[in-house]
Design a protein. Structure first.
Length: 262
């Protein structure tokens, strides 16, 4: 459900939907609570509610901060993995420039097949939450086959051949890391704490009474808006390959790899 929302709705519209929904729920709940229990406006229970709000708010704030920082770090690491994989591929192409024409063409053709498979086949699967190693398995094997078919002659060729093999091994490692990151999501226990905590904090704000209805609605709207925006941030960061904030495949189309997209 979350993946579908991220992939089919803009972040702005999703924010309006989520934040607006929480604010509307808070306003409606506050008005209903005051009508059902008029004595709440007198603030008879404010001391008890204030203690509960402070305690739950502090715990929830710590959990939410931990989750957001963790997910942001995960997003940055994923971007670094993608950039490193693309860079290593580009270095394979650069190292192959000293190979004879036939061997160089074979390597470049294999690299071209690989980047197209990553961007056009594997990336959509990761975006839909269905990452697959098999999507680029044949292309990865073809890359190794292209290098293994060449027998370097002379120190210069041997040096660059060794560099190409080393970078190709790094490509394979980064490919596995990228697919692993696409499979990773927030653990169920943390999801319960993050989303369930919002369902605990919001009702508590409805019990905090203020004589002015406008001030009451402003208070609950501010809390609901903050919670809604925080949950939007968690949803967007928890899926590094989905939505508008997702990791881009652009590095596979840049620098030495750009020639394969002309």
């Amino acid at each position: 459900m979350i993946l579908w929302l991220l992939n089919h709705l803009s972040t702005f519209f999703l924010g309006l939907l989520l934040v607006g929904g929480f604010v509307a729920l808070a306003i409606g709940g506050s008005v209903a609570a005051r009508r059902r229990f008029p004595h709440l406006a007198g603030g008879d229970h404010n001391e008890m509610v204030g203690v509960a709000l402070g305690m739950f708010g502090a715990i929830y704030g710590i959990i939410l901060a931990f989750v957001v920082v963790t997910l942001w770090t995960q997003l940055e690491n994923t971007q670094s993995i993608v950039a490193t994989e693309a860079t290593d591929l580009a270095l394979v192409v650069r190292s192959a420039e000293v190979f004879p024409a036939a061997e160089r063409a074979r390597v470049e053709r294999s690299v071209s097949d690989y980047v197209h498979a990553v961007v056009e086949t594997q990336w959509p699967l990761m975006r839909e939450g269905r990452p697959s190693y098999e999507a680029t398995a044949d292309q990865t094997h073809a890359l190794y086959t292209a290098l293994q078919a060449y027998e370097p002659a002379g120190p210069r060729s041997e040096t660059f051949y060794g560099e190409a093999v080393a970078h190709l091994n790094d490509v394979a490692a980064q490919r596995r890391a990228r697919v692993t990151m696409a499979e990773t999501s927030l653990p169920p226990l943390l999801q319960v704490l993050v989303y369930g905590g919002a369902l605990v904090i919001l009702p508590l704000t409805l019990l905090f009474g203020l004589r002015s209805l406008k001030m009451q609605l402003l208070f609950v709207s501010a809390v609901a808006g903050l919670i809604g925006f925080s949950l939007l941030l968690v949803m967007a960061l928890d899926r590094p390959f989905a939505g508008e904030l997702s990791v881009s495949p652009a590095p596979f189309k840049e620098a030495a790899l750009a020639q394969f997209w002309q």
